[in-house]
Design a protein around this ligand. Structure first.
Ligand SMILES: *Cc1c(COP(=O)(O)O)cnc(C)c1O
Length: 218
C-alpha cells in the first residue's frame, strides 16, 4: 500500500475528535511532501536538528510537533516555529521554553509528559510534579501554555498492561483538567496501540510506522 493509502486508512479508523500526528522521524522530505499534498499538516519529530532541517525545506503551514526527549540547550533552535511540545518533563525545561518563546514574542503550547510505563527508561513526571508545576507556572511563564498531557505505555505484548497504563493516564488527566481548564489534549497511542489508546480517552495519537512503514535507522 502507498503512503497516502496508509494515511487515509488511519484517518478513517480514528474518530473526528482525535488528532493524528504523523510521526516522520527518520523519513525523507519527499515522503512528508507526499503526505502534505494529500492534506496532512501535522508532523511529529523526536530530534530538534532533524525537525529544523525539515522545517526549512517544507511548506510553512506544517504544524511541527516535538515528541521526543528534549534537552534545554536545543530549545532555541525551534522556538520560532514549533507548534506543540509533547515532552515537557521538568520545571527547568518549561522555564527554558518560556525564555526562548519570549525572544520570538510567542506563546508555545506544551504537554506535560507523565511517566506511566514500567520501564525506568521512559521519561516523564508523576502526578504530583505535574500538579505543582500547573499550580505555579502561569504567573512565572507567560510565554508557555500547558494544554494537556502525554504518555507512553510500556513496550510489551501484554495488552492488559498497556490498557491499564492508558487508563491511569486518563484518570490523572480528568483530575487535573477539573482544576486546570486549559488542559484539553491527551496525547497517547502509537502505531501498535492507538486504537486502544482512543478507547481509553486519547485525543491525539502519534503514528509513525503504520503510515511510513518500518523505520530505517542509518
Ligand atoms: C517514534 C515515536 C512514535 C511513533 O512510533 P510508531 O510506533 O512508529 O508509530 C510515537 N511517539 C513517540 C514519542 C515516538 O518517539
Amino acid at each position: 500500500m502507498s503512503l497516502v493509502e496508509n494515511l487515509e486508512n488511519i484517518q478513517k479508523s480514528i474518530p473526528e475528535h482525535v488528532t493524528l500526528v504523523a510521526v516522520s522521524k527518520t523519513q525523507p522530505i519527499s515522503a512528508i511532501q507526499t503526505l502534505y499534498d494529500a492534506g496532512q499538516r501535522i508532523f511529529g519529530e523526536n530530534k530538534v536538528q532533524e525537525m529544523v532541517a525539515k522545517y526549512e525545506h517544507l511548506p510553512k503551514d506544517i504544524q511541527w510537533h516535538m515528541i521526543g526527549h528534549l534537552q534545554k540547550n536545543k530549545v532555541k533552535y525551534m522556538a520560532s516555529f514549533v507548534h506543540l511540545i509533547h515532552s515537557v518533563d521538568s520545571f527547568d525545561l518549561l522555564k527554558e521554553i518560556n525564555k526562548q518563546a519570549a525572544k520570538h514574542d510567542r506563546v508555545i503550547d506544551c504537554l506535560l509528559q507523565i511517566h506511566i510505563a514500567q520501564e525506568e527508561t521512559k521519561f516523564g513526571m508523576d502526578e504530583q510534579e505535574a500538579e505543582s508545576l500547573l499550580e505555579v507556572y502561569k504567573s512565572e511563564f507567560p510565554h508557555v501554555k500547558v494544554v494537556g498531557l502525554m504518555g507512553m505505555a510500556t513496550f510489551t505484548e501484554d495488552e492488559s498492561q498497556v490498557r491499564k497504563e492508558f487508563n491511569f493516564l486518563k484518570s490523572i488527566f480528568v483530575k487535573l483538567k477539573s482544576r486546570y481548564t486549559d488542559l484539553e489534549v491527551l496525547s497517547m497511542g502509537m502505531s501498535g496501540d492507538f486504537q486502544m489508546a482512543i478507547e481509553e480517552g486519547s485525543t491525539m495519537v502519534r503514528v509513525g510506522s503504520s503510515i511510513f512503514g518500518e523505520r530505517i535507522y542509518s
